[in-house]
Design a binder for this molecule. Sequence first.
Ligand code: SER
Length: 317
Amino acid sequence: MKRILVTGSVGQIGSELTMALRNKYGNDNVVAGVNKTMPTGELKDSGPFEIVNCTEIEAVNNVVKKYEIDTIYHLAALLSAVAENNPRLAWEVNVNALVKVLEIAREHRCAVFTPSSIGAFGPTTPPDNTPQDTLQRPTTMYGVTKVSGELLCDYYYYKFRVDTRGLRYPGIISYVTPPGGGTTDYAVHIFYEAIKNKQYTCFLKEGTKLDMMYMPDALDAAINLMEADPGKLIHRNAFNVTAMSFAPEAIEAEVKKLIPGFTMDYRVDPLRQSIADSWPNHMDDSVARQEWGWQPVYDLPAMCADMIEKLTIKLKL
Ligand code: SER
């Protein structure tokens, strides 16, 4: 049985991945690593949690030793717009803390999952059907940290045989924990505003096409990649994965079908628009499909229907 530490476990992905891992591997075998924000509800009550600031190597070391951890899902990170506003902190959290986690993994022979992002690409990357192996010259601090993370994880695999694996996540959509400071967050906010006010003002402009994924697929992707037969993995860090690609007007049309009378207008945020403009329209994820069987379940209509159903229940509570 695996013994898992999830860093960033109260974050957008962490809060749901920790629960999915507990369901799969047993509550006591999955430690929720938290930093400033304490867990609440089911996340707090269903299993162990530890305060672990990943920028302090001893803190990570202590938790890994205490629970005999063999797998780390290292999710503690700053998202794109926040990183752009505080580049030094982004480097500290997204890169320096990752190095510390990799060092601990090397010492204790842990496997490490690290999410990368569509943000690891830049304006010179082919924007359509972006290949797995291609130009990566991002122009955002977030992207610089994500490419660095991919390279560091590959390095620790080739040099020290640490079992590192990672995904280039697109924008992740979920009704559980709201994202904080991402460029793709509009595709989450739209649902809250549509249900509450039947109106949403979008911060990205019409025509801004980006890859997206519904949370259940994002969780499966992480768990399935970590379960994959290592003999079949030619790549490791990080696999392109996507489930849908759309621009704001496409999700607007879909939401309108389910919430009649919904309207959307635009007030463009120049920072997030410039970040989005530097990212691909649509990644080619065929390598993930070939090497470990990646197969998303939710497309745009299925995601919208489920989001609206679940979020309506949540907001009425
Ligand atoms: N969702 C992330 C962001 O917008 C992209 O990885 O920052």
